[in-house]
Structure formats: structure tokens, C-alpha cells
Design a protein around this ligand. Structure first.
Ligand code: NAD
Length: 487
């Protein structure tokens, strides 16, 4: 079997305290191949008892891992990165099967980024330390950066490997232990990684993986008194609940939530390049990308031209089997995700949208939706205000730079934004005024472990990647040692 053909994963168990085991109540969860709708395997459906065991294991493992020198932890994370690269094809195939991601995306975007993230934090943690401070006291005063403790990492379905790495790598680098609850529908790479991290030298109990449903496994994890910090990525609705729950227990949280980015094409843009960027921004990861660009704002002088080009180009974007290397758009990751996109398109029609192209699910097995372009909608319509999370683009014209910025900022979200222009001054001016954690100019989805991303407004708070992504996994302690002479 070629490593890039469809894998046949074994049934999954929970990984707790360095051992594989079933859920305490024996519960199982189906894993479905989104390109066929068929169940391909099952994983354990953890509940409160399993979470309790995992948190207990993480607490027990904390002192030794915290006291392991940062350099030694870094060496282990570098080995993990090397193992990710060694198993890149297997991981890519697993991610493609589980999420329905085009295989051409999985290796460079999902797998190799994960390896980069482990390497980045393995190196960065060597430079993180406390500081000596000059004080007006007879004291030697310094700060220490210490790990927070046991981290609950809760991750969504769309980038399972990348988004778990963006939590586990900095958390482990900083000396924390982790209980990871991957998404209900895409848990396979998290289980693969548990083995791989162990092979890299991560001791038993330092990383625990509890698969299961949100309310049954995620909720007890949020509420567990043995958890010191919650790192959550997912929808704004669940994130709001998770932040409130953790907040009531005064646990620090980072919240990476939904997005609904605008992509602004100014009249001085390189049109050919802008079209490529617009299409990439809304079809990337089949539109299931928190930082995708589902809202095109285009200068009125280019509006008709753009709609014409999109009407011609978008139907030609290859939709198909995720394991076909030519595929650009795969299926939605699950039936519920497809149903949500269909419902948004139905509402858009009801709100008066003109369907420029697409608009329906594909007549084939699996959860496929046509790439879809909608125009003629007012800024306050549902599909423009809410996160569709599928391969659907809305197009709105604007007349002035101020209007473009107002439309771009005119939703509850603020995760990413982009603009296409040849005018350097305009690029910086507009980037500064967009409500977003990351802004791209003349491209889309440029991500690097050194550059932080995260939300404002309903897209959450906290940052992942960069030094900012390590910070929430440490806390600062001040130590003042009296220099007074004692008798
Ligand atoms: P989701 O909110 O449904 O689920 C996210 C995680 O929370 C899953 O592991 C789920 O099992 C768990 N969960 C559900 N209910 C829970 C509860 N009561 N207590 C604790 N955990 C619970 O999100 P999803 O559908 O998996 O992912 C898509 C969403 O994630 C989109 O809104 C997308 O924009 C967002 N997202 C954001 C980022 C970012 O960096 N900001 C990245 C990727 C995805």
C-alpha cells in the first residue's frame, strides 16, 4: 500500500498515563470518512471518569517534567519534530481520511507545519527566563518564568494536527503537562501523536489524550479542579461557554474562536493575482478555515469584471476525492458541517442573494458542496454576519477606502483580514485599521510559527505561535532575597 493511499486505521483507545485503554464505561465513537459517509473505525468515547484519570496522571507527572531542564525538554520536542517528518506520509494520509482534506494540502500545511511548531518552541524555550530587576530595596530581586501546571487542550475538527501542535508544543516546552481532548469527529492524528511523542521521550502522564464528545469529555475537563489552564480552539458559541466555565473557577484561558474575514480588493490591485488570492482564501481547506476569506469586498469599478471572472473560474476548481493529488476542494468534514452550509445557502437565497455559481451539494456519496459565489446581499444579511465555514464566497462592492474598512469590520468577528493593493501606503494604512489578529497583503493564509495569530471581538483572545504563544503557558513569580546583614 502506498502511504498516500487511504489508510485503514485500527480502533482507537484513550492514552492515559503512558498506557492505551478503553473508556471506563466502554463507550465508542464512530469515525466517518467524509468522502464516502462510511464509518472507517471507532475511537473510545471518554467521559468524566476517564478525564479524572487523565488529569490525575498529568498532575502526578508535573513535578518531574517541570524540573526537567528546558534544554532537555527541547531535545525531546526536536525528536518529536523529526518523527513527525519521518512519518509525514502516514500522518498526511490519516488527516486526509479523517477530515476529508485534499492530500496535496496535508503534507505541507498540516504535517510539516506541526513539525515546524515543535522545533520552533523547542528552540524558543531556551531563551525564555526570568530577569534580574533593579529595586530600591536591599534585596536581590528577580523574576522566574514557571509553567502554569496541568493544561486542558481542547481542539476543533478542521486542523486537528496543526491546532493540537500549537498548544502542545508551547505547553510542553514550558514544562506543563497536558490533557488533550481532540474534536469528536477528527481524533485520529491526536492518537497517532500520542505514540509519537512517547517515542520521542515524553514521559508517561505528561501528555494524555481523551477522545470523546464535547459535553461528555470536554465539559468535565473544563470543570476539573486539577486543571490549571484551558487552551480552547473552536466555535464562538462553545468558546463562550468554555470561557465562562473556566472563568468561574478563575482558570486562565486562551480562546481561539470563529472567524469571518473580509478580503478587500482595491481598484489598484493586480487583478489576476487578486483573483487567485480571492479563490484561495475561500476554498482553502474546503472553506473550513477559521482564517479563511469568505467575504470579498471589491472596488465598484472592478465589481462586474470580478463577478465575471469568478463565474468562469470557480466552477473549474477541482472538487473531488481527497486522495486525488489534483483535488483542491474535498468534502465537508462531516454531515453536520454540510447541513450547516446548505442551510446558510438556503437563507442567503431567501434573503435575496444572486447565486453567481454553485449553490448546491454535489450529487455523489460523501459530504460535498459546490464552491459557491453569492452576490447582491446587504451587509446585515445572515450569511455576511455569521460564519458559514464552507466553500462559499459573498461579494459586496464598495466606493471608498473608509467604506471598505467599515464593511470589513462590520461583523462580530475579528480573526483575520486581507487586502489586495499595489499602493504601499494604503496597505499599511488599512492594515492598521482592520479589526483582526492577522492581516495579509497581496496573498492569503501566510502562516509561520514565528508570527502570532488570534482573535479580537467574538473571535476570542490570546495568541498562538510566536513568543506570544508561549507566554500563556508560563506564569511569573517574583523572588526578593534580602541583602541585609544578619547579626
Ligand atoms: P466546536 O466548538 O464545536 O468544538 C471544538 C471543541 O470543543 C471540540 O473538541 C468539541 O468536542 C469541544 N466541545 C464541544 N462542547 C464542549 C463543552 N460543552 N465543553 C468542552 N468542550 C466542548 O468547534 P468545531 O466545529 O470543532 O470547529 C470549528 C470552529 O472552530 C469554527 O468556528 C472555527 O472558526 C473555529 N476555529 C478557530 C480557530 C482559531 O484559531 N481561532 C482555528 C480553527 C477553528
Amino acid at each position: 500500500m502506498s502511504s498516500l493511499s487511504r489508510p485503514e486505521p485500527d480502533p482507537g483507545q484513550l492514552y492515559i498515563d503512558g498506557r492505551w485503554r478503553d473508556a471506563a464505561d466502554g463507550g465508542r465513537l464512530d469515525v466517518v470518512d467524509p468522502s464516502t459517509g462510511q464509518v472507517v473505525t471507532t475511537v473510545a468515547a471518554g467521559t468524566g471518569k476517564d478525564v479524572d484519570d487523565a488529569v490525575t496522571a498529568a498532575r502526578a507527572a508535573l513535578p518531574a517534567w517541570r524540573d526537567t531542564p528546558a534544554r532537555a525538554r527541547g531535545r525531546i520536542l526536536n525528536r518529536a519534530a523529526a518523527l513527525i517528518r519521518e512519518h509525514a506520509d502516514e500522518l498526511a494520509a490519516l488527516e486526509s481520511l479523517d477530515v476529508g482534506k485534499p492530500i496535496g494540502l496535508c503534507r505541507p500545511v498540516d504535517v510539516l507545519t506541526a513539525a515546524d511548531v515543535y522545533e520552533y518552541y523547542a528552540a524558543l524555550v531556551q531563551t525564555v527566563g526570568g530577569e534580574h530587576r533593579t529595586v530600591a530595596l536591599p534585596a536581590h530581586a528577580y523574576t522566574r518564568r514557571e509553567p502554569v501546571g496541568v493544561v486542558a487542550a481542547i481542539t476543533p475538527f478542521n486542523f486537528p494536527l496543526v491546532l493540537s501542535s500549537s498548544k502542545l508544543a508551547p505547553a510542553l516546552a514550558a514544562g506543563n503537562t497536558v490533557v488533550h481532548k481532540p474534536a469528536d469527529d477528527t481524533p485520529l492524528s491526536a492518537l497517532f501523536m500520542a505514540d509519537l511523542l512517547t517515542d520521542a521521550g515524553v514521559p508517561a502522564g505528561v501528555v494524555n489524550v481523551v477522545t470523546g464528545r464535547g459535553p461528555d469529555a470536554g465539559e468535565p475537563l473544563l470543570r476539573h479542579p486539577g486543571v490549571d489552564k484551558v487552551a480552547f480552539t473552536g466555535s464562538t458559541a462553545v468558546g463562550r461557554h468554555a470561557a465562562a466555565t473556566a472563568g468561574a473557577a478563575l482558570k486562565p484561558v486562551t480562546m481561539e474562536l470563529g472567524g469571518n474575514a473580509a478580503n478587500i480588493v482595491f481598484d489598484d490591485a493586480d487583478v489576476e493575482r487578486a483573483v487567485g488570492t480571492v479563490i484561495k482564501a475561500f476554498v482553502f481547506n474546503t472553506g473550513q478555515f477559521c482564517m479563511g476569506g469568505p467575504r470579498l469586498l471589491v472596488a465598484r469599478s472592478l465589481y462586474d469584471t470580478f463577478l465575471g471572472i469568478l463565474a468562469e473560474a470557480v466552477p473549474g476548481v477541482p472538487v473531488g476525492d481527497p486522495f486525488d493529488p489534483q483535488t483542491v476542494i474535498g468534502p465537508m468534514a462531516g454531515e453536520r458541517h454540510l447541513a450547516k452550509v446548505q442551510e446558510y445557502v438556503r437563507r442567503a437565497r431567501a434573503e435575496g442573494a444572486h447565486v453567481v455559481t454553485g449553490g448546491d451539494r454535489l450529487d455523489r456519496p460523501g459530504f460535498y458542496h459546490q464552491p459557491t459565489v453569492l452576490s447582491g446581499l446587504p451587509g446585515d444579511s445572515t450569511v455576511i454576519q455569521e460564519e458559514i465555514f464552507g466553500p462559499v464566497l459573498t461579494v459586496q462592492p464598495f466606493d471608498t477606502e473608509d467604506e471598505a474598512i467599515a464593511l470589513a469590520n462590520g461583523t462580530p468577528y475579528g480573526l483575520a483580514a486581507g487586502l489586495q493593493t499595489r499602493d504601499v501606503a494604503r496597505a499599511h494604512r488599512v492594515a492598521a485599521r482592520l479589526d483582526a489578529g492577522i492581516v495579509w497583503v497581496n496573498d492569503w493564509a501566510m502562516l509561520d510559527p514565528a508570527m502570532p495569530f488570534g482573535g479580537v471581538k467574538s473571535s476570542g483572545f490570546g495568541r498562538e505561535y510566536g513568543p506570544e504563544g508561549l507566554e500563556p503557558y508560563t506564569r511569573t513569580k517574583s523572588v526578593l532575597v534580602s541583602l541585609e546583614v544578619t547579626a
